[in-house]
Design a protein around this ligand. Structure first.
Ligand SMILES: [Zn+2]
Ligand SMILES: [Zn+2]
Length: 180
């Protein structure tokens, strides 16, 4: 297993969850992303944009969006860390489990909590690849988050405005709690 590789079972559950939330088929790629070239020895972290660019080599086939899920700690130069990053209206993005694991904050492991956090983070990056920018609705998946607790406040869903831009049904089923 390469550094940062995520357990296949985690990805299988993520694929099932994503397929439920999106009106598009979801594939798991067997490809492994080598995080080595993105490692920054000073920060002991991995530069997210380097990994994102690697996902474009070769680019996904037309109409497909590719989101990598990694276990390594990602950063962008202006931030101490990021949970992920993506092209705005481009086909690729990357999401990291590193800081989403409850253990990262000294809490006991919680697979269900981690499952929901990963799903929200991947939905967020996918939203960017479909052209969405950050949203102010507190529970919307496109709300920016810097700490896991902010991810927990979000729902694994897009608000009506974001859903409309994506061309998918809004979150009417679950009643839009706390919408601004
Ligand atoms: Zn974002
Ligand atoms: Zn929104």
């Amino acid at each position: 297993m390469r550094a940062g590789a995520v357990a296949p079972a985690v990805l299988r559950v993520l694929r099932q969850d994503l397929a439920r939330y999106l009106a598009h088929p979801v594939w798991l790629s067997p490809g492994l992303l080598d995080p080595g070239p993105a490692f920054d020895p000073n920060r002991q972290q991995y530069l997210a944009t380097t990994l994102m660019m690697a996902l474009l080599d070769p680019p996904p086939p037309p109409g497909l969006h590719r989101i990598a899920v990694t276990g390594v700690d990602l950063f962008l130069p202006v931030f101490t860390h990021v949970f992920g990053t993506a092209q705005i209206d481009g086909p690729v993005g990357i999401a990291s489990l590193h800081r989403l694991r409850p253990e990262a904050a000294g809490d006991p492991p919680d697979r269900e909590l981690l499952r929901h956090r990963i799903l929200k983070e991947v939905l967020h990056e996918l939203g960017h690849t479909f052209g969405l920018v950050h949203c102010r609705v507190p529970w919307c998946a496109m709300r920016a988050s810097r700490v896991p607790e902010q991810v927990d406040l979000k729902d694994a869903a897009f608000c009506d405005d974001c859903a409309q831009r994506l061309g998918i049904p809004g979150d009417g089923v679950r009643g839009n709690p706390g919408k601004e």
